[in-house]
Design a protein. Sequence first.
Length: 154
Amino acid sequence: MTSVLFVCTGNTCRSPLAEAFTRRGARLRGLELTVASAGTFAVEGTPATGHALRAAARRGTDLSMHRSRLLSAESLAGVDLVVGMSPSHVQALPNGYVHEISASLATDFLPSDHVLHGAPVSDPHGRDEAAYEETARLLEECVAGILDDLSGHG
């Protein structure tokens, strides 16, 4: 079974949203995946932000049980694919993991002609509801590309 780990900074909005969207999408497609998320500077046990909770709920996913965790060697154990929200998240992989695990930006899975292909996913933390909606919409597109890739349709 393929294991995917989404990584952002605090693990309270972008990576939990991507994790939830991937779980939902994999279930709908009948794909067996293990999906998790972590943050490079996460405070262990912090819940998802209110805006992230609402953005997820509007898309039929629930982040109410999410608690942040720090990116570590343990969180990378058994992971096949790390998906970072920005280059710094991919570069933050502990020594030795950068070459052992496939690591990409979330937007690398957008079509190559997409205006945001290869760009960082903007951090909505501390911003308004509209910023979270914009981030959630982008992550839904990225996740669709990830799922296409993992199912051999990419």
